[in-house]
Design a protein around this ligand. Structure first.
Ligand SMILES: *[C@@H]1O[C@H](CO)[C@@H](O)[C@H](O)[C@H]1NC(C)=O
Ligand SMILES: *[C@@H]1O[C@H](CO)[C@@H](O)[C@H](O)[C@H]1NC(C)=O
Ligand SMILES: *[C@@H]1O[C@H](CO)[C@@H](O)[C@H](O)[C@H]1NC(C)=O
Ligand SMILES: *[C@@H]1O[C@H](CO)[C@@H](O)[C@H](O)[C@H]1NC(C)=O
Ligand SMILES: *[C@@H]1O[C@H](CO)[C@@H](O)[C@H](O)[C@H]1NC(C)=O
Ligand SMILES: *[C@@H]1O[C@H](CO)[C@@H](O)[C@H](O)[C@H]1NC(C)=O
Ligand SMILES: *[C@@H]1O[C@H](CO)[C@@H](O)[C@H](O)[C@H]1NC(C)=O
Length: 738
């Protein structure tokens, strides 16, 4: 861990920089990291000044012809993104700028063609930033060159307090908040002093500075992006600190200069962090290219050990009170509040739907049942479900939580794909292969061969029309019946489909939703809490599986939302601003689907070569130039499926539906220091006097109530659909953070 090595003085870094200033920029990085290691032989990572690292990045030469080919090939992957047409022509009520992905990429391509780019880093930065403007964390190009360094703001030597972190705090919860040093807020009360707000950063208005900077975060609302700047209580509770202004993959000069209202100025050093000796022998931008770029997927040797070790069960989640129940991976925890007006309140904290151990999902499901039963048995009447920072995970765990809360409801979860040519051809192939096989055949194959059985493994595919159900829970009768296409917004989409929760092959073979199949008798048929006694607590960070869960709970369950944080202005904010897509596909998965179809149709390859599918199979540059997740899948991805709301005849992807929460709170210092104060304030906002608790103008919004038929007004709410959304939180974070 980084914190192990923070025993170095700033002077060493800066002196070593002066000493190394002579050679090429990458040579400087190389000699500085060597110097760092000789001074700190026990360090686990090396630090060099951030500007030196950026200079090195910008000295990496551009390879025009290769990059032109890369851009052309990328387009084939991007064509699988579900909602390009909606990004280009958003429906009324969409709260972000329109984005014509194809046109923006073409502009960059033209600039490259006209020699307007001088270095590889700037080109890759622009390409990746263009996709980020979809503000959909399922969708992105995360290039290798942006994955070599991590950047950190902070001094070194005095531990935690030295890392620069900010937080937005209101004096009383009603007044618009101001920015503070996070550690000032955390420690000043017990040390008995009053912190002073931050007025300027790097000689600019601190607010303007951080708001502009927060635009890198891929969330559907500026308030949600703003919240990503701050350490997140819920994500921290899982044991790894989150501070995305303090640590990111974006270089920002050598210093962060912070001025407080009381006149105090603090200066923090910005460092690049690199793996220990990776720069040994890197003398130039060309060497950098050879060492770090175009490497493709990690080799099996460097892959993380697949068998995950179960985390030692901690008695409490980091920074949280003693729980009634706590998942061994910290992904779900149950609490009871106490104090007058709170004695009947239970809190279910769900910072993630992504347990990683083999037993993790079942533990998650069982704990929900246990906690809901214990809570009602103990006389609890109200339930707060804390979903702050929840970037998703395994989609059936979202279905599961909903089902256990509303046992009589059938989770809806309809979704559509972009009906592109490659999708059509792959599906036609799959249909031919599976033509004579039945569900029973596939089950037999699975019991004999597990997922090594070809039939069983093909049966799970998104291209198997026999697997999903229509929105009315009927079978599809043919590929054409499932593929469509339906034309909307000048693009083609598949017919909306739902998951069959009674089908073994649906989505997640290791997991049945409680109430179905092997867990049919684990469902407590008594609804534990009434709709009006449940509230969702969110901060805009909810997305993916969390968005799916929220849509069920809101639209089918009739539950309300309280949201916390956002920019320092009054008015509404959305609870869900992470991806509202219901399935992500890494570029690796897109590629594998295409290859599977192509290789199994040898007699058609010549014809296929004329199609996008055939081209995709010979387009490996994007897979060579992306960075990778620990799982071995590319960090670059597309949103494969759009979520569609129940009864929405306009079939609008929920990404494009604005939904204000029912009440918005600002953090106060007490809330930042103690999560139980956040939960109590949520109770006050939902069941107390909303006028005196909620931020002015944040209640009674028309868009807070899910509307069913079409979305004529911008009003509406979230929605549900599906897909295995394994580790979305990790997916995004691996890229943005240390
Ligand atoms: C001014 O505010 C900063 C930040 O809270 C604090 O560290 C410092 O002690 C304050 N200075 C004075 C003189 O109060
Ligand atoms: C910031 O302002 C201070 C004076 O307030 C000045 O000394 C310093 O040079 C400025 N820094 C930059 C980067 O402009
Ligand atoms: C799907 O592919 C088949 C076979 O090539 C073709 O006949 C059909 O028109 C295609 N459908 C669409 C919507 O492109
Ligand atoms: C759908 O097909 C399966 C066989 O694959 C059958 O068991 C099921 O009853 C069908 N469902 C409906 C609604 O027809
Ligand atoms: C939609 O599909 C039709 C064939 O059904 C095709 O002719 C058309 O080009 C497709 N539109 C887009 C935008 O891909
Ligand atoms: C398909 O295209 C690839 C790449 O251009 C080529 O290597 C291959 O020979 C082609 N296959 C056929 C059957 O034409
Ligand atoms: C959707 O329509 C059906 C039939 O009219 C109705 O029973 C159901 O409550 C509606 N669902 C929602 C979420 O409006």
């Amino acid at each position: 861990m980084l914190f192990d090595l923070l025993v170095v003085s700033a002077a060493v870094l800066l002196n070593s920089r002066t000493a190394a200033a002579a050679g090429t920029p990458c040579q400087s990085v190389s000699s500085m990291s060597a110097a760092f290691m000789s001074v700190y032989p026990s360090a686990t990572q090396a630090l060099v000044p951030a500007q030196a690292a950026e200079d090195c990045l910008k000295s990496v030469p551009i390879d025009k012809d290769e990059d032109l080919a890369l851009i052309d090939e990328m387009q084939l992957f991007i064509n699988w993104q579900s909602n390009l047409a909606y990004l280009r022509e958003p429906p009324e009520g969409y709260n972000e700028e329109r984005l014509d992905v194809e046109e923006e990429i073409k502009k960059i391509r033209d600039d490259l063609d006209n020699d307007k780019y001088e270095d590889e880093y700037t080109l890759m930065f622009d390409l990746s930033t263009t996709l980020s403007k979809a503000y959909d964390f399922h969708f992105g190009f995360r290039p290798d060159i942006r994955n070599v360094f991590r950047f950190r703001r902070g001094n070194i030597g005095r531990g935690l307090k030295d890392e620069f972190g900010i937080v937005s705090v209101s004096k009383d919860g009603k007044e618009v908040p101001k920015l503070y040093n996070y550690y000032d807020i955390m420690f000043s009360a017990e040390e008995g002093w009053t912190p002073s707000p931050i007025s300027q950063i790097n000689n600019q208005s601190a607010e303007e500075y951080v708001q502009a900077w927060s635009d890198i975060f891929e969330y559907h609302e500026d308030h949600a992006r703003y919240n990503r700047l701050f350490p997140n209580q819920a994500q921290n509770s899982m044991g790894s600190p989150v501070n995305q202004f303090g640590r990111s993959n974006v270089p920002d000069g050598d210093y962060t200069t912070v001025e407080h209202e009381n006149g105090t100025i603090s200066q923090y050093i910005n460092n690049a962090i690199l793996e220990l000796d990776v720069f040994e022998g890197v003398e130039s931008g060309e060497d950098f290219w050879t060492r770090f770029l175009n490497l493709g997927p990690p080799t099996t040797n460097s892959k993380r050990d697949a068998t995950k070790i179960k985390r030692q069960s901690e008695p409490t989640a980091t920074g949280y009170p003693t729980p009634e129940i706590l998942h061994s991976e910290g992904v779900i925890g149950g609490y009871y509040l106490s104090g007058q007006g709170y004695d009947d309140v239970a809190v279910l904290s769900v910072p993630s739907f992504s347990p990683e151990t083999d037993d993790g999902p079942e533990e998650f499901q069982d704990l929900i049942g246990t906690f809901l039963k214990d809570a009602t048995d103990s006389g609890k009447k109200k339930l707060v479900i804390d979903l702050r920072g929840n970037g998703g995970g395994r989609v059936f765990l979202g279905y599961d939580l909903f089902k256990q809360l509303f046992p009589s409801e059938d989770p809806y979860g309809a979704s559509t794909f972009r009906a592109n040519q490659a999708f059509n051809i792959t599906g036609l192939f799959m249909t031919a292969v599976l033509e004579d096989s039945t569900y029973e055949d596939a089950l037999d194959d699975f019991s004999a061969n597990g997922l090594n059985g070809q039939l069983a493994s093909l049966w799970t595919s998104i291209f198997n029309y026999k697997l999903p159900l229509t929105i009315d829970n009927d079978n599809f009768t043919s590929w054409e019946d499932y593929f469509g296409p339906e034309v909307r917004n000048n693009d083609n989409f598949t017919v909306p489909s739902r998951k069959d929760l009674n089908n073994f092959f649906s989505d997640d073979l290791t997991l049945d939703v409680t109430g179905y199949r092997t867990r049919a008798n684990k469902l407590n048929k008594n609804q534990p809490f009434k709709s009006e006694d449940i509230v969702l607590l969110q901060d805009g960070g909810c997305g993916s599986t969390c968005a799916v869960f929220t849509e069920f709970t809101k639209t089918q369950g009739g539950v309300k939302q309280v949201v916390v944080g956002g920019k320092p202005e009054t008015g509404p904010m959305q609870g869900v601003a992470g991806s509202k897509g219901s399935q992500v596909f890494s570029w690796t998965q897109v590629y594998n689907q295409a290859v599977l179809a192509y290789e199994n149709m040898p007699e058609y390859q010549e014809q296929l070569n004329e199609t996008e599918l055939g081209q995709l199979v010979f387009s490996q540059r994007p897979l060579m130039r992306t960075s990778y997740q620990a799982s071995g899948l590319s960090s670059s991805g597309i949103n494969l499926r759009d979520n569609i709301r129940m009864n929405d005849t306009s079939v609008t992807p929920l990404e494009f539906v604005y939904e204000a929460a029912d009440c918005r709170l600002f953090y106060t210092a007490d809330m930042v220091r103690d999560v139980t104060n956040v939960w109590k304030k949520t109770v006050d906002g939902q069941w107390g006097d909303a006028n005196s608790v909620c931020v002015d103008g944040s209640t009674g919004q028309e868009s807070s109530t899910p509307t069913a038929q079409g979305q004529k007004t911008s009003a509406a709410s979230t929605m549900g659909a599906s897909g295995v959304l394994v580790a979305i939180a990790a997916f995004v974070m691996a890229f943005l953070m240390l």
